[in-house]
Design a protein around this ligand. Structure first.
Ligand SMILES: Nc1ncnc2c1ncn2[C@@H]1O[C@H](COP(=O)(O)OP(=O)(O)OP(=O)(O)O)[C@@H](O)[C@H]1O
Length: 619
């Protein structure tokens, strides 16, 4: 599979760049290292603005953990130093001081924890905001070639579940990891300092614990991959069935789709159950090791205490510390999954951000002669291929004078849309140049080009919002009056006025559903308002009823006047309003001339025309 950056030939040895690695199941170790580095760079870049606040955050968490760690120690002091004076009748002064210090430590812990949660929440949200902003902005900047390959489902996953995974890491993962590490290291040190022999005894199971954790991590990686794979299949099937629901219902595919879905759903449940079983085994194992250690320490400690080799308070502190030591282990195991999901998400997001637009903005944009577009188009020896070995346009020369209306006809797959995409600069030619008023499109800046050339595609996409908003899309600064004028000129005013809220009707909501012809008229009004020097129309193939067809034809005449127009004509009735017809076959122009002349010449177009006339008379 090729990526956007590779459409003009992939650089050797860089097949993992950008989003390419998403399609590969097994990556060589070297590549994995590079990908991890790339993810780290992205994370680093996101964290950099918060350097100081993160340092403060670390300080807060250190204080909070220290306060937490001091409590068992203070308990031991209370038992060993506070209780004996009581039994000697010397009053509770020492004990009260110790209790006071314990309370103070608890307070410090609570306050620092609260501060930590507030601060980390704010930093996390800031990072996510920036990440979402970057990813959206980048997706918008990437060229059409990228979007034609990277499906909308994947775009949605990047912007939702991937960001969500990183959010999870930032919100609970780091907190758990840092706290666990500090607590475990702090506890181990304190145990050894409090009483060396007992401390060593308490740490005996540590190697076993580490081995057990390593085993869990490996298993968890396997299970995690399986859940990811199975959930991806569930989502793909779900999305495909729902986006293709018309075809599904038309062909009565529901039972079969349900069967497939149930199978995939079962697999996903099994994978999840496997994960839970593993988690349960790990947690139980950790608890078991922990409790055995507590038992061992109690036995050995009791023996030592009996011989006055350890104080009872110290033994109590040991037992309390041991609880603290094993608890974070469980959190770390949960954290590991979060870390894996976030790692995968970061890898994909950094891949997307690494993609470059394949039609880059010129560094030094050239102006159009006289500062505005007139609409003369020229193809000079243009060769174009989506995939290197398969040229779609083998070498095209074409001049369209300003103001001409050109109809482009030809069989399916001949390259008509491709030619149109080159004029809109959705793609750049592999060789040769496309010129607007004598200026290479590659040297025009984006705003100039977008103002000069507008392409109305078959989709006639309407965005959520009102009908007026949708027309204004063509020129955002246009006032209400201009929007209405445009609709009137196109002949859409009448039907828009008859909608429940007229121009303020929400598109797509109840009453705002439009027919194919109406959508086309709105799209025309949008293009008319944009008023480009060059208009490209990829005519919808769906046939309209006769009144709608007339309406659309009339609208076409208005919209095409005074500008260069290129219509990819599927309806031959459209060709009648063209000054010139180009017949395309396999990327070449095989006939070129005014419609009458081509009909008289009895060539390919004449044949198409005759067939159309026959269909009219027989219909
Ligand atoms: N994004 C793409 N990647 C690879 N190949 C493509 C891509 N888009 C189109 N093609 C191929 O380019 C060729 C020309 O396609 P194009 O859409 O230009 O034809 P067309 O003449 O407009 O056809 P139609 O009348 O059916 O719309 C086809 O063989 C098609 O398979």
């Amino acid at each position: 599979m090729t990526t956007a950056t590779q459409s003009s030939g992939p650089p050797a040895g860089a097949s993992w760049r950008g989003v390419a690695s998403e399609d590969q199941d097994e990556l060589p170790e070297k590549v994995s290292v590079l990908l991890r580095e790339r993810s780290r760079r992205l994370l680093g870049a996101l964290l950099r603005p918060y350097r100081r606040r993160i340092a403060l955050l670390v300080a807060t968490i250190v204080v909070s953990s220290a306060a937490g760690l001091s409590i068992p120690f203070l308990v031991s002091v209370g038992i060993d130093e506070g209780i004996p004076p009581l039994s000697r009748g010397e009053g509770p002064a020492t004990l009260l001081v110790v209790v006071g210090v314990i309370l103070a430590a608890t307070l410090v812990q609570a306050v620092t924890r609260q501060a930590f949660l507030n601060m980390s929440g704010r930093i996390g949200q800031g990072i996510l905001l920036e990440l979402r902003r970057r990813v959206f902005d980048h997706f918008q900047r990437l060229s059409l070639s990228f979007h034609e390959q990277y499906t909308s489902g994947r775009v949605i996953s990047r912007l939702t579940s991937d960001i969500e995974n990183i959010a999870e890491l930032l919100q609970s993962g780091f907190d758990a990891l840092v706290r666990a590490l500090l607590t475990m290291i702090g506890t181990a040190v304190l145990l050894l300092v409090l009483d060396l022999p007992l401390g060593l005894m308490a740490l005996v199971p540590l190697p076993l614990l580490l081995l057990f954790t390593r085993w869990f991590r490996r298993q968890s990686a396997l299970v995690y991959r399986r859940t990811r794979e199975t959930v991806a299949l569930v989502i793909v099937h779900f999305v495909e069935s729902m986006t293709g629901i018309r075809a599904v219902q038309a062909f009565r595919r529901e039972p079969r789709n349900q069967e497939i879905f149930e199978q995939l759903n079962d697999d996903y449940r099994d994978a999840n159950a496997g994960g839970m079983k593993l988690g349960a085994t790990f947690m139980t194992g950790i608890k078991l090791i922990g409790n055995l250690t507590v038992g061992g320490v109690l036995l050995y400690g009791g023996y030592l205490a009996l011989h006055d080799e350890v104080k009872v308070g110290v033994l109590a502190a040991f037992l309390l510390y041991l609880r603290q030591f094993y608890e974070p282990m469980q959190e770390v195991s949960q954290f590991y999954n979060t870390l894996q999901s976030a790692g995968a998400a970061l890898e994909k997001l950094s891949g997307v951000l690494e993609e470059e637009p394949s039609v880059p903005e010129p560094r030094d944009p050239a102006p159009l002669p006289q500062g505005r577009a007139r609409g003369r188009i020229r193809f000079e020896q243009v060769r174009f291929a989506y995939v290197e070995e398969m040229p779609i346009l083998p070498g095209l020369d074409l001049t369209v004078p300003a103001g001409q209306t050109v109809a482009l006809v030809g069989s399916t797959g001949a390259g008509k849309t491709t030619l149109a995409k080159l004029i809109s600069r959705f793609y750049d030619p592999t060789e040769g140049r496309v010129l607007l008023d004598g200026v290479d499109l590659r040297t025009l800046d984006e705003p100039t080009l977008r103002q000069a050339v507008v392409m109305v595609t078959q989709e006639n996409f309407l965005f959520s919002g009102t009908v007026a908003d949708n027309i204004r899309f063509g020129r955002p600064q246009a006032g209400d009056r201009e929007v209405r004028e445009a609709a009137k000129a196109i002949g859409a005013h009448e039907f828009i006025s008859s909608l429940p809220d007229g121009y303020d009707t929400e598109v797509g909501k109840r009453g705002g559903r439009m027919s194919a012809g109406q959508r086309q008229l709105v799209a025309f009004a949008r293009a008319f308002l944009a008023d480009p020097a060059v208009l490209i129309l990829d005519e919808a193939t769906s046939s309209l009823d006769v009144p709608s067809e007339r309406l659309v034809q009339r609208a076409l005449r208005t919209i095409l006047a005074d500008r260069t127009a290129l219509i990819i004509a599927h309806r031959l009735s459209t060709v009648e309003i063209a000054d010139r017809v180009l017949v395309m076959e396999r990327g070449r122009i095989v006939e070129d001339g005014p419609p009458d002349r081509l009909i008289a010449a009895a060539g390919r177009f004449a044949g198409l025309h005759q067939a159309w006339l026959d269909s009219l008379s027989s219909g």
